[in-house]
Ligand binder design. Sequence first.
Ligand SMILES: *Cc1c(COP(=O)(O)O)cnc(C)c1O
Length: 383
Amino acid sequence: MMQDKHYLMIPGPTPVPPAVAAAMSRPMIGHRTDDFAAMHKRIVERLRVVFQTGNDIFILTNSGTGGMEAAVANTVSPGDRVLALVTGNFGERFARIAREYGAEVDEVHFGWGNCVDLKAVEEKLSSARYKVVLATQNETSTGVVNDIAGIGALVGKTSALLLVDGISGVGGIEIKMDEWNVDVLVTASQKALMLPPGLAMVAVSPKAWEVVAGNKSPRFYLSLPAAKKACEKWNTAYTPAVSLFAGLDAALEMMMAEGMDNVYARHMLMARATRAAVRALGLEQLAPEEAASPVVTAVKSPAGVDGDDIRKVLRKEYGVTFAGGQGILKGKIFRIAHMGFADKMDVIIAISALEMALARIGQPVDLGSGVRAAQKVFLGGNE
Ligand SMILES: *Cc1c(COP(=O)(O)O)cnc(C)c1O
């Protein structure tokens, strides 16, 4: 296989567009300068378009989990009751962070591969008074997207705050922070936002600020009041990853030029083509169709086959990287990301490589049938 010819199709980090890489390699600038302030302001204004919010948005230099921890550290105090809506690995992580901060966490598991059932949420909310509800927009580990609008409509009727992990969804799947009553929305740079890892974005509603101001958990680097104070001058509390800010500026420029509706439609189209191809190959997707993610498709490994063996062939022979299963799904699924800097031909490459990998490990496969199904979706035909 040719050196350096790789196809990165995992749900983060995702491929970086040339314009973003170029922006990140510009000469360094100081972060306490007018140039940085102007860029910071432009970034936040554009992120508000993506988040569909008028709220404060803070860009923190840490991975997505740091953003999740900032959300918890600033809203959860020891002894608080927290409702965690868990649909997989990342929902479990959110619950664990809250427990680390001393919360009494009521964890509702919907099962890996299922989405949040709104009936269960309604019952829970009427049975107890929660300070905070934790939800995942796009459960990356299972390729399931949750109904944040529906959850927000229920939580919004209570005094609880809704904290949403939108790390792999925001920028690829529409979210309406204000209209859907999301109080803290977290995302990160290395998924649908087309950047390398290293930035987390945290948006905070007025309802959340009332809690954040007097919250009792320890916080220093992750203090949102400190971030807010610095942001009044379009500054950051501590030295930010300046290069990643420049990259984010360029990535948002690309997204604004494409138009967010088109960005979401592109992801939906890639997801539909991927699912049609998977079906045509006689494989099964993990998520139910109505909750299947627009940005990542989780596919069940064929009976008797370890999904990681398919991935090894894909990597070694074709330079294609899919993600494996996490936790209890290890070996049982593989995940194809179509997230961020990805378009139709990436899906075609992914599916044709998958067909060859299946053939190489001795699975029966009708070569070209998956590719044909994807092509038909792209041509606008029937699936
Ligand atoms: C990737 C991801 C995370 C973790 O982000 P890190 O940047 O690895 O800390 C959390 N939640 C979801 C839904 C993710 O996809």
